[in-house]
Design a protein around this ligand. Structure first.
Ligand SMILES: [Zn+2]
Length: 129
């Protein structure tokens, strides 16, 4: 019963949101749903069908947070991959260890790039405060 009511509310809410503005190709940082853009004078506002609402600057800040989180996850994954490849290169025979150590070097390149990006986003967010 509750699910039916929620589904009904969402369904009936959707045309109401669509009437307020244009759908844009960004996702709600809180629920991942589609966003609608509406202009209030010079102020741009975004809203998803569940009711999360953002100004453009808040949306931008939320996106930066999500990007940073993704970069940290990617950094950890590359570091784990590199550790595994280094361990593998010590145990395997010469021919395979050569390509494995090359892949470890490739991982290092990605690690450095991600660290540089994290440094850049850190500067960006502290400069805007
Ligand atoms: Zn939302």
């Amino acid at each position: 019963m509750i699910e039916a009511k929620i589904a009904q509310r969402v369904l009936s809410d959707l045309p109401a949101v669509e009437a307020l503005g244009d759908q844009v190709p960004y996702n709600c940082p809180d629920c991942g749903g589609v966003l609608w853009q509406m202009a209030e004078g010079k102020l741009l506002r975004y809203r998803c069908h569940t009711g999360h609402a953002f100004t453009s600057s808040v949306l931008l800040a939320e996106q930066t947070v999500k990007i940073e989180e993704t970069l940290w996850v990617a950094l950890r994954m590359f570091e784990e991959r590199q550790n595994l490849l280094v361990t593998m290169s010590k145990n395997d025979n010469k021919e395979t260890s050569l390509s494995i150590s090359q892949r470890a070097k490739d991982a290092q390149v990605h690690i450095e790039r991600i660290r540089a990006m994290l440094k850049a986003t850190d500067k960006g967010s502290s400069a805007s405060k």
